[in-house]
Design a protein around this ligand. Structure first.
Ligand code: THU
Length: 133
């Protein structure tokens, strides 16, 4: 699957978002190194903070299926600039993605931007900080 196809998966899956409160659907598509695709959408809740973002839904689906090796991710939202993952999602991404992994961000106007994990969350807190003294 190439970058354009992955972006398209993220755009398409947005339709499944459960967003009665924000009406702001987000779609994510996560590709494993073995070529499997895990999609995610944001799932909101009447208790607002319980909401889970699209990126984390995709990552948690993949991890719960035993996946650990990821090659690329795409995120799509109807924004003026390209989609920008929230801080919590960046932290979760940094737990599972290599520093040089590519994340493709897009909107519905056809704009796209590719960033690395390192660019998305520089100087991140990791397990090395916990265990290495
Ligand atoms: N949201 C995501 O799903 N991903 C992001 O990268 C940014 C925010 C969701 C959370 C909430 O359902 C809605 O967008 C508005 O914040």
């Amino acid at each position: 699957m190439n970058k354009t196809e992955l972006l398209q998966e993220a755009i398409q899956i947005r339709e499944r978002a459960y967003v009665p409160y924000s009406n702001f659907p987000v779609g994510a598509a996560l590709l494993t190194k073995s070529g499997k695709l895990y999609t995610g959408v944001n799932i909101e809740n009447a208790a607002y903070p319980v909401t889970c973002c699209a990126e984390r839904v995709a990552i948690f689906k993949a991890i719960s299926q035993g996946e650990t090796d990821f090659s690329e991710m795409a995120v799509a939202a109807d924004t003026k600039r390209v989609a920008s993952p929230c801080g919590a999602c960046r932290q979760v991404m940094s737990e599972f993605f290599a520093q040089d992994m590519k994340i493709h961000l897009t909107n519905l106007n056809g704009d796209s931007k590719t960033v690395t994990m390192e660019e998305l969350l520089p100087f991140s807190f990791t397990q090395h900080d916990l265990f290495e003294k």
